[in-house]
Ligand binder design. Structure first.
Ligand code: PEP
Ligand code: CO
Length: 462
């Protein structure tokens, strides 16, 4: 096990992608010195608990639901916004739990998702070229020179806003808001008030009966009233993540205490790069985003580098191939990683491979393509006999109009109504819940294919 963390200068001797160019290095150093003194946002013990739960996902005994904004913004750290996102995730989780009949591990893209990788360093509008928006952690979205200039003081704001968000989340999930019966009532209202009633009424009624049965049996305890919820984000800005890394006093090993789980993005997963080197040292459960350009060999090299000890729960592989390609690109990758003997959590991000621009210039995603990628993911895992471990979704609790299709049949022309994302298009509340029902249908039909099933009586055994 690797237990020392390289210094930032050591990390910077490697190729390091997607970092902001600050004008004043002394100001950056001062900010990082301040961050190093701040208390951790999460505890190492919580990260270990999450790792145990990811191990359950990898073993086919749990399903992961990871979701939230593409890019959180400081302005959206309000009680209403946080409550809305939590509510939609909990709603989805109830449906998935019922369908999968296994615990659903709930992880938000929240309380730290403030930095974005960009395909271009600059953006040009009407002949004016400015640095690209890289998330509130780096610069401002407004297309003016002063806003787009990278400002290291924003890293302190990332810490403060993440702390405020986590504080409220922790209160919500234990303070009664997550009560299973209340969550089910939201879901029932969604099904009744939308056009999907016929399709999902049966499952909603079954959940209702199951709940009533539990209450009648006297199961009315903490487990109905509280949930476990974890925070995650892409650990993109090495300065920030390094400054939040602490040595755990129990084990003497480093944890990135900016979130329970952090992931490496598709654009920063170079084997010899600084991000992989940083991730190699931290003991959190980690995610790796894998896009269509990755070969099976690339992925095997990555998992060997990042999980040399075959540690249960260490790795979640989040694939984002695109609806048209997942059925051909995913099987060799899954087969090659499984052949190394590791049990990883396989998770489908059906968002990032399915983005396109409308004729009016809106970046969007079609609900039908998102569903198609999810179905491809389930098909591949069914064929290989591996467990489709979870989904990773960009969503919000509001009624935004950013993705087309779904229950409300949003058309391209509707996108202008409430297009509010700071980065990629998110599913709104109804689209997210509808997606949960789609995934639930696949989980229900695939139940018997789950690895480690309860041993059933086989007449031919005798
Ligand atoms: C993201 O998750 O917002 C993201 C940038 O994804 P990827 O690294 O898969 O492109
Ligand atoms: Co995104």
């Amino acid at each position: 096990m690797v237990d020392q963390i390289p210094t930032l200068s050591e990390l910077r001797t490697r190729p390091v992608a997607q970092q902001p160019l600050y004008a004043d290095p002394a100001a950056v150093d001062a900010v990082l010195a301040e961050l190093r003194l701040r208390p951790p946002l999460v505890f190492a013990g919580e990260c270990d608990e999450l790792k145990r739960r990811v191990a359950e996902v990898a073993a086919g005994r749990s399903f992961l639901l990871q979701g939230g904004d593409c890019a959180e913004t400081f302005g959206s750290v309000t009680a209403g916004d946080i409550r809305g996102k939590l509510r939609v995730l909990l709603s989805m989780a109830v449906v998935l739990t019922y369908a999968a009949q296994v615990p659903v591990l709930k992880v938000g893209r929240i309380a730290g998702q403030y930095a974005k990788p960009r395909s271009k360093d600059t953006e040009t509008r009407d002949g004016i070229t400015l640095p690209s928006y890289r998330g509130d952690a780096v610069n401002g979205l407004e297309f003016v020179e002063a806003a787009r200039r990278p400002d290291p003081h924003r890293l302190i704001e990332v810490y403060n806003h993440s702390a405020a968000t986590l504080n409220l989340l922790r209160a919500f999930v234990t303070g009664g808001f997550a009560d299973l019966r209340a969550v089910h009532t939201w879901n029932r209202d969604f099904v009744r008030n939308s056009d999907v009633e016929e399709r999902y009424e049966q499952m909603t009624s079954e959940i209702e009966r199951a709940l009533a049965f539990m209450v009648a049996c006297g199961v009315d305890n903490e487990s109905l009233r509280t949930v476990d919820f974890y925070a995650s984000h892409e650990a993109l800005l090495l300065d920030y993540e390094h400054a939040l890394t602490r040595i755990d006093s129990r084990t003497g090993t480093p944890y990135d205490t900016s979130a329970h789980m952090v992931w490496i993005g598709e654009r920063t997963r170079q084997l010899d790069g600084a991000h992989v080197e940083f991730f190699r040292h931290i003991r959190n459960p980690i995610g790796i985003k894998i896009g269509p350009s990755a070969t099976a060999e690339d992925v095997v090299e990555l998992v060997e580098r990042l999980d040399p000890d075959h540690e249960p729960g260490r790795l979640t592989i989040i694939t984002r191939m695109g609806a048209g390609r997942i059925r051909s690109l995913l099987p060799p990758i899954v087969a090659a990683v499984e052949a190394t003997g590791r049990k990883v959590a396989w998770v489908c991000d059906p968002m990032h491979g399915n983005t396109f621009e409308t004729s009016l210039g809106y970046k969007t995603r079609a609900f039908s393509q998102v569903v198609d990628e999810v179905n491809g993911f389930f098909d591949v895992h069914e064929q290989l006999g591996t467990w489709p471990g979870g989904v990773h979704i960009e969503l919000t609790g509001d009624d935004v109009t950013e993705c087309v299709g779904g229950v409300g049949e949003l058309a391209e022309a509707d996108l202008a109504n409430r297009y509010e994302t700071a980065c990629d298009p998110r599913m709104n509340r109804d689209q997210s819940l509808e997606l949960a029902f789609v995934v639930a249908e696949r989980l229900t039909s695939g139940r018997i294919l789950r690895p480690n099933p309860v041993q059933e009586f086989q007449p031919e055994d005798f």
